[in-house]
Write a protein that binds this ligand. Structure first.
Ligand code: ZN
Length: 202
């Protein structure tokens, strides 16, 4: 009901079409998240008491934990339903298992490159994520994906490693595209933790 009255107010303003699209996404999100909760329950994960809210933002992530609830961003809708179920499973895992981590991060003047990148990760970055780029842009995009421009608290990486590991072990039915993505994320967080530990020792 709150959404509807917000929609009405905004429709009286000048940017009618843009906000109408926004409203329908909120309505669609409610139906979608209800279906995701049902799918999760079948997998033994109870997300009924968790708030799942759509934010009209192009975040770098599909979904995230904010203030004890889950927010889903625009990128979330680019994936298959079974992947979306896996995303929410991952965020519920964070809510239930994360250790408190420091919020601050160390911004680096020059990026730190992760060494010894496995062949399957190189292949994933060049032939899946950046497949359509020209060679020059491909190299820049590759370098960005295998480097860190900031160092976060090591507990942040530990929480992500635990969430991805458990997600991969538990939710097997995902698209091959997302399966490769989450394995990349697990590799990157693991390598980042090693780098963070070295920096924290300095
Ligand atoms: Zn995560």
């Amino acid at each position: 009901m709150i959404n509807r009255s917000n929609c009405l107010q905004i429709m009286l303003g000048s940017v009618i079409i843009f906000f109408l699209v926004g409203c329908s996404t909120k309505d669609k999100t409610k139906n979608l998240t209800d279906s995701i909760r049902v799918a999760l329950r079948k997998k033994g994960c109870d997300a009924n008491s968790v708030s799942i809210e759509y934010v009209d933002e192009n975040c770098s992530v599909n979904a995230r934990v904010v203030d004890g609830g889950i927010q889903i961003c625009n990128k979330f809708f680019n994936y298959e339903f079974r992947d979306q179920v896996s995303f929410i499973w991952h965020e519920v895992f964070h809510l239930n298992n994360d250790k408190p981590s420091g919020k601050s991060s160390l911004l680096l003047e020059d990026p730190v490159y992760i060494g010894n990148v496995p062949v399957d990760i190189i292949d994933y970055i060049n032939n899946v994520v950046n497949a359509d780029l020209e060679d020059y842009s491909k190299q820049i995009a590759y370098n960005r994906m295998i480097s860190l421009s900031e160092i976060r608290d090591s507990v942040y990486y530990e929480n992500e490693i635990a969430a991805y590991q458990q997600e991969i072990n538990t939710i097997k039915d995902v698209s091959s595209q997302y399966d490769a993505e989450r394995k990349f994320m697990l590799w990157k967080h693991t390598a980042s933790l090693d780098i963070a530990k070295k920096y924290l020792r300095k």
